[in-house]
Design a protein around this ligand. Sequence first.
Ligand code: MRU
Length: 366
Amino acid sequence: MTKTNTASSSISSALVSLSWKENVLQLLDQTLLPETVLYLDLSRINEVWEAISQMKVRGAPAIGIAAAFGVYLGVRDHEAVKEDDSENKRELDKQVNEAADYLATSRPTAVNLFWALDRIRARAAKDADDPQTTYEAMKANILQEAKLIQQEDEETCRLIGEHALTLMQDGMGVLTHCNAGGLATARYGTALAPFYLAKDQGMNIKVFADETRPVLQGARLTAFELQQAGIDVTLICDNMAGYVMSKGMVQAVIVGTDRVAANGDVANKIGTYSVAVLAKAHGIPFYVACPLSTIDLNTPTGEQIPIEERDEQEITAAFGKRTAPEGIQVFNPAFDVTSHEYVTAIITEKGIVRPSYLENLPKLFD
Ligand code: MRU
């Protein structure tokens, strides 16, 4: 793994979370933001696994994209040693599945990870079965599929932003939690996409960003990327959200999600559920923005969504400073589930979905 430091005093407003460049996965190390802008050059599958697991790359769509490239890195050195090309292809297909199985263990909650890995698996399986596809073409197609996933995500996020913007008016205050922005996706983000589009159209939306304990994606990433883009953003601590709502400072909440269950229950960064309850108490709409790849119709309700638990140090000694006594018991779930009852609408690239989610979410896949 080599590192490219591109830190400068005028950081571009369009920092790209990850890209495929000169045969490596170039990835922005998000654990170092906002102080340091450092791109890592990943050329091995285990480096991608670590980057996902350590949250150097994070956010559901970005995790999926990174994993797709990770599979390619895992099979890139595979060689065709058999006489028979179809046997070589079967071997390559086997290795693709092994690489995907390995990357699937990097983080459990965001379904985009498994969705992207399944897309790569399907591409390889199709090519392995197709006598017209050579071994070399099959390998090249794996990389091609990963690039396609990334390109599609950019377009998807733009469409989500357009739909979300129809729910917003000039001058309104909107609260968001965690980071569902350009850093969490190929570009634009999901929940943050309308803010970029609003800015382009000369609309002023006043964004309130929860800082998002314990690892501060709201402070380090959302506040950072919106500020860089010249968007009106105000940072608040998580426990200020209720006060801000009670003072009439926000007229809507919009968040991203890591997985939407078939009944519309939504897993997102820990603290989202509290925000949703507060929004309901104040009569404020609570919107969830996500691509179709985040909707998991195979998971019936939020109860079945696996919730990642992370290292206790994120709470007791985050960013190198001890803030709790040694030996204290800690519970550190990284996500929570917001019941569909609190979700006013789910905004996707195919449009805005309202309850009943059980009836309306499947129609998106028709
Ligand atoms: O733990 P993280 O930082 O990966 O959690 C990210 C979130 O919860 C985001 O809101 C979600 O992935 C949507 S990103 C478009």
